[in-house]
Write a protein of this length. Sequence first.
Length: 140
Amino acid sequence: MDRINEGPLDHMIEDAIRCEPLAELPLDFSRLFLEQVKIEEKPKFQVLSWVDLVSSMIIAITIGIAFLIPTFLPEQFSPLMQWSLQWAEYWLTKALFSLPGIILPIGAVVFMIGLMVFGFKGIQMFLKRTKFRRDMLLLF
């Protein structure tokens, strides 16, 4: 039989169980026994959580406001808005078809993916070495 925790109280309990079944148990035997036997609760099945619902509502409202802004602006701002959109389109086209405009975003995306992988691996290694690993992994 493998010993879970090697300690004087555990040795005393094992000796009492093996050798003298009529020996008196320690006063807090049931509490110590129940601390070692834990039943893990199964997480409830959820398709969407509250965080998903709130974030999707915020994104939907933001997109809706972005489409409604031109309708609520006065007519005096219409030429200014058209000029701003044309200016943004010009710079986006210029940046997209130039070499630094292509390499820098690709490099930034690759760098961010590398940072995310490194971060998740670091968190995973940290959680493997800590006592509360299962509790923290349930959060992700």
